[in-house]
Design a protein around this ligand. Structure first.
Ligand SMILES: Nc1ncnc2c1ncn2[C@@H]1O[C@H](COP(=O)(O)OP(=O)(O)OP(=O)(O)O)[C@@H](O)[C@H]1O
Length: 763
């Protein structure tokens, strides 16, 4: 922790929340606008609950929706305790180790992470269905489904998988009146069965399953010592995690309640009923409306405890955005002015001083000009003393984020993407590798079980992974897969047993490419039948074996079209290897390594990511630019935000609440490109700032604005005594602009063909 940091003085409204007393079966709802210190208040609340002796650290459960919010809370909890500790009397001060021990005992989870843990504890390996899984299931659908939907969806595979998800969700009874699946009914029923036997869940299914386990928790036979995900021994070794969730926690804190959607309600109610429920949020930032109505959730949670035992408090201050930014953002939200005006007279209202700099709104027709303008703005800011890591570029879609990433790459500007899931897990090739590992593991287990117990009547958990992996191999078509699957069902055996034990001469003649299927079984058989997979615990060796198999299968995505694609896969594979090594380190003694890794790889990945964050805070480095969709930037803040909506003529407008969230991520500097919102100030039809200019002072007031940069650095508590002079800023900017011809009429392809390392050489 930085010891020069000034002590945070809580505002009166924050203090009211922090000191609100602990009482069981009560609810406190904290309504808090952007930048009002919601997260900070939550952290201080946790500290107060513990240090005042009202509850123990292991009786506090913090829930959020995104890994990023969980990261922020985890990273900042310890520094909140450390900061507070500095101001305690010497007798009351705790040692760093003691503070760490307190923080480690607090339960901090995403709601899905928590549900995942409950389900795994009760069911072993489960699969959260990803792109590959949907594609595999699609192949089992009859040709009339394809014909009907192909035409309407322009043969778009993502559109088809979305259509399938919708049909399945409706089939599972959530919306069944509207459902007309006609003669496809049987097929859909079959898919549901495959998913059920394979323990394959959508995110919504996961929540439902976890809630069911919480309804009737089983006491696990835990004569062995229980381990938590980090592999540490649990002190209360005889209670399952599921049981502890129901009985141990006394206070449940929910961060960003406005993001809760109806399918999450059952699990939240189950966990929070009878406890003290503390909810923090802001309905103006509710941007997950497409997942369901937040109002329904809030109505139920507001009534979770008796009316007299439920209270609402407000936080109105704004510590983050400059008044110019917040007033511009308030123009987007119809009720925001009411919120701020009503309380602007309150004596205790805190706002930042004026920066005297309005958010800039740009309109740029040409897509390349738009990308060039972003680069130009980055260079101007960095030439004025900002760091790359101060800047976030936010957009509505992942596609646009990718175009910006490619453009920054061509200039050698360092960036990192903030994604909801770790990148490596999103890579379909990695998903294929994981599916193959699961397939080996589950088929081998089913084989062992059927040897030990002759009349094996289990549902075949491996079928799903066999379907997904087999269907990814080039040349294995829908009809072959459908025929194989119905034939193995008729025989009452698993798909793996069918293809590996029944000679191909006896297979149905409708099955084509029998050789490829045989090659698949030949490659996998030794690993499934030798049972070696249960003993292997060397991550490098395991990965090598699997990769060898993948390369021998005719798996199209591994035929890379560009070097960049190959490099990306290599990086993801490297990340996977690191997570495997971390899993090895955490592995409980009594569990097979591959099984442990497959069960916990997602959580391990998050632990790894957090550890990386902690070690990456070097104050001297310029860092890297953050690229994110607006959705993934929720709850975060950045000194500079460039909010870009992609090419002017081609992009849909950003919905109001998302635009509001995006704009309020900015502390001091906000540039908005192509959002076309009528309530924003008149746009500048811009080309790059200095191009047409005779006097830089006229066209680029920001580079010249010493006062602003003093404000900027003060806001970040940086030393302002060594700020570069205006002349130096201009000179550096001019040099880079001339050298690299930014938006100088050079074609994009010429620029991209040179990978220019701007950053290393000149900044
Ligand atoms: N009492 C305070 N004194 C000084 N700074 C504060 C105080 N309260 C909050 N802040 C600062 O204000 C900024 C915004 O706080 P925080 O991130 O907690 O806001 P938030 O309400 O969670 O925002 P959002 O809802 O937009 O995510 C942070 O930089 C935080 O450190």
């Amino acid at each position: 922790m930085n010891n020069n940091k000034k002590k945070t003085t809580l505002t009166p409204s924050q203090t009211r929340v922090v000191e609100y007393p602990y009482r069981p079966a009560t609810t406190l709802k904290v309504i808090a606008g952007p930048g009002s210190g919601k997260t900070l208040t939550l952290l201080h609340k946790v500290r107060h609950l513990i240090l005042s002796g009202q509850v123990r650290p292991d009786e506090i459960l913090i829930l959020s929706l995104t890994n990023k919010a969980v990261d922020t809370i985890t990273c900042n909890l310890l520094s909140t305790f450390e900061e507070g500790n500095l101001y305690e009397s010497i007798d009351n001060q705790l040692k760093l180790d003691e503070l760490k021990e307190i923080v480690e005992q607090i339960g901090i989870y995403t709601i899905h992470g928590l549900a995942n843990r409950v389900v795994i504890e009760n069911e072993g390996i489960v699969t959260i269905i990803e792109e590959n899984g949907w594609r595999g299931l699609l192949k089992l659908l009859p040709s009339d489904f394809w014909q009907r939907n192909r035409r309407s969806l322009n043969n778009n595979i993502n559109g088809l998988t979305r259509q399938l998800q919708k049909i399945l969700q409706e089939y599972k009874g959530r919306n069944d009146q509207k459902l007309d699946i006609g003669k496809n009914g049987q097929v859909i029923e079959k898919l549901v069965q495959i998913m059920n036997s394979g323990k394959v869940f959508t995110n919504d299914d996961l929540i439902l399953k976890a809630t069911q386990h919480l309804e009737s928790p089983i006491t696990l036979e835990l004569d062995k010592t229980t381990m938590n995900v980090e592999g540490k021994e649990d002190e209360e070794g005889d209670a399952s995690f599921t049981e502890k969730l129901l009985s141990k926690y006394k206070v449940v804190l929910i961060d960003e309640y406005q993001d809760l959607y109806p399918s999450l309600l059952p699990i939240i109610e189950k966990i929070s009923k009878g406890k003290q429920l503390l909810m923090f949020g802001d309905t103006n930032q509710s941007i997950y409306g497409f997942l369901g109505d937040n109002e329904i959730v809030m109505k139920s949670l507001d009534n979770l405890h008796e009316k007299e035992k439920s209270e609402t408090l407000h936080l109105y201050d704004n510590f983050r955005c400059t008044p110019e930014i917040i007033s511009s953002a308030n123009k987007i939200i119809s009720n925001a002015n009411h919120l701020h005006n009503t309380h602007s007279t309150a004596k205790d209202l805190i706002l930042k001083p004026l920066s005297n700099y309005e958010p800039q709104v740009h309109e740029i027709d040409d897509p390349i000009d738009e990308l060039e303008t972003i680069v130009d703005q980055i260079i101007q800011h960095v030439c004025s003393g900002a760091k790359f890591s101060d800047i976030a570029i936010l957009s509505r879609t992942n596609n646009h984020i990718q175009s910006i990433a490619d453009h920054l790459t061509s200039y050698g500007i360092p960036f990192e993407k903030l994604t909801i899931q770790p990148d490596w897990i999103n890579d379909i090739r990695i998903q294929f590798i994981l599916d193959l590992m699961k397939m080996i593991m589950l088929s081998s287990r089913e084989r062992l079980e059927s040897i030990n117990d002759g009349q094996h009547t289990h549902k075949w958990q491996s079928d799903f992974n066999v379907i997904v992996t087999l269907s990814s191999i080039k040349g294995i078509g829908n009809q072959s897969l459908q025929t194989l699957y119905s034939d193995c069902n008729r025989e009452g055996i698993s798909l793996w047993k069918y293809i590996s034990e029944i000679p191909k001469s006896k297979w149905n003649p409708k099955i084509s490419n029998k050789k490829k299927i045989e090659q698949y079984t030949t490659l996998l058989k030794p690993w499934i039948e030798s049972e070696k997979i249960w003993q292997m615990d060397n991550p490098g060796e395991i990965l090598k074996i699997i990769i060898d198999i993948v390369y021998q299968l005719d798996y199209d995505p591994l035929k890379f079209k560009t070097n960049q694609e190959m490099k990306k896969f290599r990086n993801n594979l490297e990340e996977m290897f690191k997570i495997m090594k971390l899993s090895k380190f955490n592995q409980p003694q009594d569990q097979c390594f591959v099984e442990w890794f497959l069960e916990t790889c997602f959580e391990q990945s998050i632990i790894f990511h957090r550890a990386k964050l902690e070690t990456e805070t070097n104050p001297e480095s310029l860092g890297s630019i953050k690229l994110s969709t607006i959705h993934s930037s929720k709850g975060l803040e950045f000194p500079i935000v460039i909010l870009s909506n992609g090419p002017f003529g081609l992009s849909y407008p950003i919905d109001d609440k998302s635009l509001y969230v995006g704009m309020t991520r900015a502390r001091t500097l906000l540039n908005i490109i192509n959002t076309k919102h009528p309530n924003l100030s008149k746009p500048i039809k811009s080309k790059v700032a200095l191009l047409s200019s005779s006097s830089p002072l006229e066209t680029s007031p920001l580079l010249a604005n010493k006062q602003f940069w003093e404000y900027y650095n003060n806001d970040l508590r940086r030393d302002i005594s060594n700020l570069p002079s205006f002349d130096t800023n201009m000179a550096r900017y001019k040099m880079l602009q001339t050298k690299f011809g930014i938006n100088n009429g050079r074609s994009f392809s010429t620029l991209c063909s040179k990978t220019i390392s701007l950053t290393k050489r000149f900044l």
